[in-house]
Design a protein around this ligand. Structure first.
Ligand code: MN
Length: 288
């Protein structure tokens, strides 16, 4: 099932090129309380109940064409966004070959560098686009598979790790290049794009064999297959969960391949992952 937030915070299901309004399925959610009984994104935490409600609503739901929908992030309220650095060999090679751009204070392979965090306030959907905050500096696109955690995970075993995945989406780990700590440079408002919808894990099957592509203004920039990850999704989850508890709605951006490059105001990024779909993300200056 492809689940989305679109237009005026409507809940949708995407099927056959249409977006069906299933907002009434939100009535399956428990009423919010404060402080929350359990951290995490309320919808992702109760995805099974919502899916049952959606199945009842779908036959009579109204719909619009996918092209008419403005997609928000398919996770509304993640607790954290986890990044995986240097996780494709060809990206490691391009970074090592250009130390002037990739001023790398971080050394070693992915297990030595460790995971990083992006501020959840950076998260937007594709319709919002990316707003460049520092025009004099390099902002790069990093095209990645986004993994959405479905249930609370602490110290999970590698062989159980994929049981904790709710689904997958296309992710952009936008990055300002420079000497500061990675988490700062990757946490600018709108520098975490997730979309266009959440594809539930049961629909994806093996997420470790998906073709990824990103074009800028129609020019090919990034091409890869998720099979090329140096550490796979299961290891990312098991590893992360040894340090901090993962909650429903937490997002892992699983690393980028070669071909990262600069974007400028007016550019258009076209992103596609096989089995998920495609999204177009416009780039503008933050002042506009
Ligand atoms: Mn990245």
């Amino acid at each position: 099932m492809k689940i989305c937030w679109y237009n005026q915070q409507q809940l949708g299901v995407v099927d056959g090129g249409r977006v069906f309004d299933v907002s009434a399925a939100l009535e399956a959610l428990p009423r919010p309380s404060y402080p929350a009984a359990a951290p995490g994104d309320l919808l992702v935490a109760h995805l099974d109940a919502v899916r049952s409600a959606i199945a009842r609503l779908l036959p009579s739901a109204t719909s619009i064409a996918v092209e008419e929908a403005r997609f928000l992030s398919p996770v509304a309220n993640p607790g954290k966004i986890i990044g995986v650095p240097v996780n494709y060999a060809d990206h490691v090679a391009e970074a090592n070959a250009d130390q002037a751009t990739f001023t790398d204070r971080y050394k070693g392979e992915v297990r030595q560098q460790g995971l990083f965090l992006k501020a959840s306030s950076a998260l937007v959907g594709p319709a919002a686009g990316v707003a460049l905050r520092f025009p004099e500096r390099l902002s790069h696109h990093e095209m990645e598979l986004g993994v959405v955690i479905g249930k609370t995970a602490a110290n999970v075993r590698l062989e159980d790790a994929l049981d904790y995945v709710a689904g997958y989406a296309i992710a952009l780990d936008m990055t300002v290049r420079g000497p500061e700590d990675r988490s700062l440079r990757k946490s600018v408002d709108s520098y975490a794009v997730l979309g266009p919808w959440l594809v539930t894990a049961d629909e994806i099957g093996d997420a470790q064999k998906l073709d990824i592509r990103l074009d800028v203004n129609g020019e090919p920039r990034q091409r890869a297959n998720t099979a090329e990850m140096l550490i796979g999704i299961a290891e990312q989850i098991a590893w992360a969960s040894r340090y901090y508890t993962l909650h429903p709605g937490d997002i892992i951006m699983s690393g980028t391949c070669a071909g990262v490059g600069q974007v400028l105001p007016g550019d258009v990024m076209d992103c596609e992952i096989a089995g998920i779909g495609a999204m177009r993300v416009a780039v503008r200056a933050a002042q506009e």
